[in-house]
Design a protein around this ligand. Structure first.
Ligand code: ARG
Length: 578
């Protein structure tokens, strides 16, 4: 089913184009900027009037007169200000759509009209170390976007482009080989990957003999020595197990099948250089082989190279990414290829995309998008670290979140049995961390703060989860859960506001899919929960006479449906009680 915004855009668009004669005029329909303006407003008339040389208000009046509202959704359309059109939807139309969605909850978010193949590169940690706080963003934002695309019926390929190749692994192998031992002992030792890395690094920095062995190990590994490859494999497997445990705990959909490790491309890299050479794009600069995309300049206007092969013959991060672009373009045949990666890698991606276009490694039809995100900061305004200045391990951070959530839940509901409190705390703690991240504009840095993310007030996971439990408890207490009748009337303004909000879920999901900002969905859910709370506080439900009672219960059910589906897209499950 069409959503309200789509319907209005279609109807107003037809009228506008008919009146001004411009085939590409857009009514630009958005939610009303103030409730007293109505439900939606069309802002596009002024621009169209400018282009066809008419007075904006006069054109707006003509558009309103020409509206063909065949399905009867529009209660009123009024010209306002310099040429806006304010629209109020018809209550019966809203009720009909609400009942339709209740009868078929999946229809609340209908599939996209055009099915696309979307690749979502996300999480992608380096396997030499354990996942740390910096990996939250790429992991949960990418997971949310993948869920949104899947829900819209797109074909999604998740790609976990883990860093599993390079000089650090020589050091780790040298350290590993020095220990011998059976695989049981090894596993125990690698349980603390971070500690293992630190020890290896210390030795590398302080023991020249070890450093030499580490360097020799890289050469052995890269030349394919089976013994070194086996040691590397054991290390990688253990490191991946660490990642999978984190993904499971975060309820992130990445599996081992989504691996797109850097090493996967080792055999393709020589071919990438050859291809760039054949296309005449390679230039030598200080012994290194480079491509110079015309759009990149240094401070003084000098052309900026993208190095694809070092003077010693080694390949770079960019070379691997070019090979990965090709796979996504020609084997996965993607329409969109997203890279959910730290904003500090922006230049890297702009360069890789530019070289790929120059070399025909990405067809024009493929949209390459760096979905950049900012840094998580500590209270001191610097990237979030432990007191001793080490990276905060993600596993430890999640443990702490759950421990803090347990205190919170116990304070709120001390009577609950302990096992139950622990289960609730696991959901709340993990949800709090994820939601704190997803609800921020991804382009900004944000300060990591336990107190706000675990608060029951404001735009937080506990607030939303609590709102869900209120609705569920209401429906439980009603006996039939509001299933006996549909929505029949909108007596109070709070009812109407809640219904309209709930029906707007698909509009938000569309924008998130297009622009890849999960915080828009979070804002929406926060407003939806607020609309429910206002409805709940001002409209008697269980004590109302039968018809009103049923109608309000049905509305509560729709609100719950929208909240739950929206939270599901964020990768957050709901609770019966908390
Ligand atoms: N492993 C890289 C890092 O930790 C991120 C990889 C992102 N994806 C990509 N296709 N380059 O910095």
């Amino acid at each position: 089913m069409e959503n309200c915004k789509e319907y209005l855009s279609r109807v107003l668009g037809a009228a506008l184009r008919g009146c001004c004669g411009l085939a590409d005029a857009e009514p630009n329909v958005i939610g009303a900027s103030r409730p007293e303006f109505g439900d939606y407003q069309a802002n596009g008339v002024m621009a169209a009037a400018g282009r066809c040389g008419r007075k904006p208000r006069e054109l707006a009046t003509a558009v309103v007169a020409a509206l063909a509202d065949r399905e009867g959704w529009i209660a009123s359309a009024e010209v306002a200000g310099p040429g806006f059109i304010n629209i109020r939807l018809d209550d019966r139309a809203l009720l009909a759509r609400g009942n339709e969605a209740l009868a078929q909850p999946r229809a609340l978010i209908p599939p996209a009209r055009k099915r696309q193949k979307v690749v979502v590169d996300h999480s992608s940690p380096n396997l030499a170390k354990e996942m740390h706080v910096g990996h939250i963003r790429g992991t949960v934002i990418g997971d949310c976007l993948s869920r949104v695309f899947e829900r819209l019926g797109h074909e999604v390929t998740r790609q976990n482009h883990v860093g599993d190749w390079g000089t650090q692994f020589g050091m780790l192998i040298a350290h590993l080989r020095g220990r011998g031992g059976d695989s049981g002992a090894l596993e125990a030792e690698l349980a603390d990957l971070e500690g293992f890395y630190r020890d290896a690094k210390n030795r590398f920095d302080s023991e020249p003999e070890f450093a030499a062995r580490a360097r020799a190990s890289v050469v052995k590994l890269q030349s394919g020595d089976p013994e070194y490859l086996a040691a590397w494999r054991r290390f990688i497997d253990e490191s991946l197990r660490h990642c999978q445990r984190i993904y499971q705990r975060l309820d992130v959909g990445l599996t081992l099948a989504d691996l797109d490790a850097e090493s996967r491309y080792n055999d393709d890299l020589a071919g990438i250089i050859r291809e760039l050479d054949e296309k005449g794009l390679l230039r030598e600069s200080e012994g290194a082989r480079c491509v110079f995309p015309p759009e990149f300049h240094g401070k003084d206007g000098e052309p900026l190279p993208v190095i694809v092969q070092k003077s010693d013959g080694g390949y770079l991060y960019s070379t691997t990414d070019l090979a990965a672009v090709k796979l996504r373009a020609f084997e996965l045949k993607a329409d969109r290829s997203l890279y959910v990666v730290d904003a500090r890698q922006s230049l890297h991606f702009q360069q890789v995309f530019a070289v790929a276009r120059m070399a025909g490694m990405a067809p024009e039809t493929l949209s390459l998008e760096h979905i950049a995100y900012g840094t998580i900061m500590g209270q001191d305004g610097k990237p979030y670290k432990t007191r001793t200045g080490d990276a905060v391990k993600l596993a430890d951070l999640l443990d702490e979140a759950v421990a803090r959530a347990l205190t919170l839940v116990t304070g709120k509901n001390p009577g609950l049995e302990e096992g139950e409190r622990r289960r609730i705390a696991e959901t709340v703690g993990i949800a709090a961390v994820k939601y704190a991240d997803l609800s921020k504009n991804r382009m900004s840095d944000y300060v990591f703060d336990w107190a706000t993310m675990l608060s029951f007030e404001g735009n937080t996971a506990p607030y939303l989860l609590y709102a869900c439990t209120r609705i569920k408890s209401l429906l439980r207490r009603s006996g039939d859960g509001g299933r006996s009748g549909g929505m029949a009337r909108l007596a109070a303004p709070e009812e109407r506001a809640l219904l309209l909000k709930a029906l707007q879920l698909p509009e938000v999901v569309d924008v998130v899919a297009r622009e890849c900002y999960p915080n828009l969905l979070c804002n929406y859910l926060f407003e939806l929960a607020g609309a429910f709370m206002r409805f709940y506080e001002s409209c008697p439900i269980l004590t109302a006479e039968a018809e009103t009672r049923d109608s309000r219960l049905a509305l509560a059910r729709l609100a719950e449906e929208a909240l739950e589906q929206g939270l599901g897209l964020l990768g957050i499950g709901t609770l019966e009680r908390m």
